[in-house]
Design a protein around this ligand. Sequence first.
Ligand code: FAD
Ligand code: NA7
Length: 489
Amino acid sequence: SRPRYDYDLVVLGGGSAGLACAKEAAGCGARVLCFDYVKPTPVGTKWGIGGTCVNVGCIPKKLMHQASLLGEAVHEAVAYGWNVDDKNLRPDWRKLVRSVQNHIKSVNWVTRVDLRDKKVEYVNSMGSFRDSHTIEYVASTSPGAESRQVTSEYVVVAVGGRPRYPDIPGAVELGITSDDIFSYEREPGRTLVVGAGYVGLECACFLKGLGYEPTVMVRSIVLRGFDRQMSDLLAAMMTERGIPFLGTTIPKAVERQADGRLLVRYRNTTTQADGSDVFDTVLWAIGRKGLIEELNLEAAGVRTQDDKIVVDAAEATSVPHIFAVGDIIFGRPELTPVAILAGRLLARRLFAGATQLMDYDDVATTVFTPLEYSCVGMSEETAIALRGADNIEVFHGYYKPTEFFIPQKSVRHCYLKAVAEVSGDQKILGLHYIGPVAGEVIQGFAAALKSGLTVKTLLNTVGIHPTTAEEFTRLSITKRSGRDPTPAS
Ligand code: FAD
Ligand code: NA7
């Protein structure tokens, strides 16, 4: 008999979450259609399938981070005995952008081939709800193109988010965001980065590493939501590397000067003093908004909060056959591996009889500043708030990576911290690490933490010498003891 709907599953959004869900569902035998469409940014940047991570997020960010680390490494190489002739090394911004974009295009291509192989239908259009089982879209961008409809038993909304712009004169016309920087034709030059979330800090750091002059404008505190001590340490480290912070400051207006540069007017909200400065580029990194506006969610009856979709533990929205995964869901970590795993598990529950729910707790994450900050589990203040200061033991220490000695790199900012229960084997609640390749270090410990890691186990683990990760097997100084956590030599 003819199926009741055109598809078993329609996925709105071909990013990390949507693609993972669509491919897994097709693998389970479902008939799947995936819509993905990217609206160009105000300065006209657009990109292919794959969503934020591949095109304007994790991947280009990590490549620019690497480019910046390599610049630093060239200088260190001299201390290690390399003869590097040109001491005034400068990156070729356009060449870097071209290489990054070539890599992205190859990923876009592989993604399309993969969808074809896995029998997921793909439509490069914006989808929206006509009713709770019907999706409407315009099949082509040519004027007057007709709108079409498809029906589906289930719908998964995975539309992600896009950067916000502040509501001030000149913001949209003259500023750019992370959606533009990785394909920016012009050298960024002196750049004002507005916003001190991880996106803002990471952009400021790779720009600095590439030889530009970023300034970070901070409305309140850096890295809201992360461990306070670690965040402040990171900010101190950035200041020391020559990245100025404009504290408690908000932008008021951006104007283009006669010489083409950008005059930014701002106000310090502590002193109420107005100020201004001139930049070549203004980059807004003030957070992201969920793309719910054009979904016509009212027609389907899906409940929203702010600009996100409210879901239950099984990612179901207020309409039982409509689900949401990834950045678009309210109150969950906005990270690619979270989006992928949640999308995959959802597909298995819908089409393979699985019951496993996504576990959003103890997700590890990394801020890719030059010395990276990575963490998993609770911040010190969350542990204290939840368990009480008397029930928490915090182990900490500064350490000296061996490879820092010859180039005489500052070692004062390599720091780690374990937040644990005070009694018994001292179950670990959170691990925090600032240092080289922090993400690589914390990934393995994240698996251990999910398996119930204790301080006792850590101290009985033989380290790999000489690494920085082995410092976690040598925790000995508690904050409570008041002992100096700086190493003797
Ligand atoms: P997206 O990847 O945003 O995909 C949604 C897709 O749906 C987009 O292509 C969008 O254009 C499309 N779409 C929207 N509306 C519609 C519609 N109505 N119809 C059809 N298509 C639609 N995460 C990490 O884990 N590690 C990192 O290092 C990291 N770095 C980041 C750096 C930056 C600068 C940014 C901005 C993000 C970073 N992230 C990182 C976050 C990560 O990119 C996101 O969590 C992830 O991409 C979310 O996936 P998603 O599928 O929910 O949304
Ligand atoms: P975040 O983490 O939301 O950070 C946004 C930053 O921008 C943060 O420092 C904000 O300060 C600041 N902000 C927000 N609005 C303004 C305005 N209007 N003016 C100046 N500064 C502002 O976003 P990211 O893009 O870094 O990260 C995206 C997501 O990834 C994020 O939602 C996390 O869940 C993970 P505030 O602290 O609010 O004073």
